[in-house]
Design a protein around this ligand. Structure first.
Ligand code: SF4
Length: 322
């Protein structure tokens, strides 16, 4: 088997925001995971779990409070030199939930997609620049005629394709897709996920796919990490987490995923999660899920469970697993 190095190694990442002298929001509180080249890591959890903050810390929209982020073998969690900063701006890209909010309405698609090329002067002639943009439009299933149009002339799914083209034109090694398909209709979601898979096959790109809805994550991820209140509660190969979920929170999230086969769906008991995710401001001791867990025991109020390996590469943080 080929011995590959991870493209991204996140170790004990913390992202805390101090609100005032007494309160700190512990949005991300010590999470670790790796992404291999050409793989997709699905990071899931409800709103407030810290998954989007994790993506934003990795791409340095926030300065991490502590921990290490190694991208392409280089530490990027602290201060960066010019060369590493430039590499990061090209080799790691992000796609956001609402493409309309991040596509300049006054710019034509050709200039939106070409923005990265223009900033980094990555062409020797205007013809070369435009040709790269046309190729990218075709790669994402649009045509060169679309290049002279404005964002408002496209549907939501097409706008997300423009967002993907804009990210891809810099030939990145990693794309962070933050709820990139959540605002789209289900049929369009499937199209965008299939497009991302096709591009991954052709280019070997890795994705960090952040989503609250597990149904699409299932179709794209090689590995899954489940976050709850700033911490990783379960992680492992996607098949193991889907077929044999261990943590009561993962089980509840998965029980809500629609199953196309009515017989299997009937046998699958829905676990209703009661209450909302608690506040990440100074969480109390013990397991952070205890207030919503039907299996909580005495120890759960006293000790925050550590991630333990329950089968090869499959980790769970829960006192039910010794
Ligand atoms: Fe539930 Fe306890 Fe496991 Fe937390 S540690 S998920 S409260 S059983």
């Amino acid at each position: 088997m080929e011995n590959k190095e991870p493209i991204l190694v996140v170790k004990d990442l913390k992202q805390h925001f101090k609100i005032n002298r007494n309160f700190t929001v512990k949005a991300v509180d010590g999470i670790s995971f790796d992404i291999m080249p050409g793989e997709t890591y699905g990071l899931v959890g409800e709103s407030g779990s810290g998954k989007s903050t994790t993506g934003r810390s990795i791409i340095r929209l926030y300065k991490p409070t502590s921990g290490s982020i190694v991208f392409n073998g280089k530490e990027i969690g602290g201060k960066l030199n010019k060369e590493t900063s430039k590499e990061l701006h090209t080799k790691m890209q992000m796609i956001f939930q609402d493409p309309m909010a991040c596509l300049n309405p006054r710019k034509k698609v050709i200039d939106i997609i070409g923005q990265g090329l223009d900033i980094h002067k990555s062409y020797s002639s205007i013809e070369e620049r435009n040709e790269k943009i046309y190729e990218m439009l075709e790669l994402v299933g649009l045509s060169r005629e679309h290049a002279s149009r404005y964002p408002h002339q496209f549907s939501g799914g097409q706008r997300q394709r423009i967002g993907i083209a804009r990210a891809l034109i810099m030939n990145p090694d990693l794309i962070i897709a933050d709820e990139a398909i959540s605002a789209l209709d289900v049929s369009i979601q499937a199209q965008v996920v299939n497009l991302m898979k096709k591009i991954q096959k052709e280019t070997g790109i890795a994705y960090l796919f952040i989503a609250h809805d597990l149904s699409m994550v299932k179709h794209i991820s090689t590995h899954i990490g489940v976050m709850y209140l700033g911490q990783m509660v379960e992680k492992g190969p996607a098949d193991n987490v889907y077929m044999k979920p261990k943590h009561p929170y993962t089980k509840a999230l998965l029980s809500a995923v629609p199953i196309p086969d009515p017989k299997v769906a009937k046998a699958n008991k829905r676990i209703v999660l009661e209450g909302d995710i608690p506040s990440p401001i100074d969480p109390p001791p013990g397991c952070r899920f205890k207030g919503r867990c039907k299996e909580a025991m005495k120890i759960c109020s006293e000790v925050n469970p550590e991630l333990k390996e329950v089968e090869t590469g499959h980790f769970v943080a829960c006192h039910l697993y010794k």
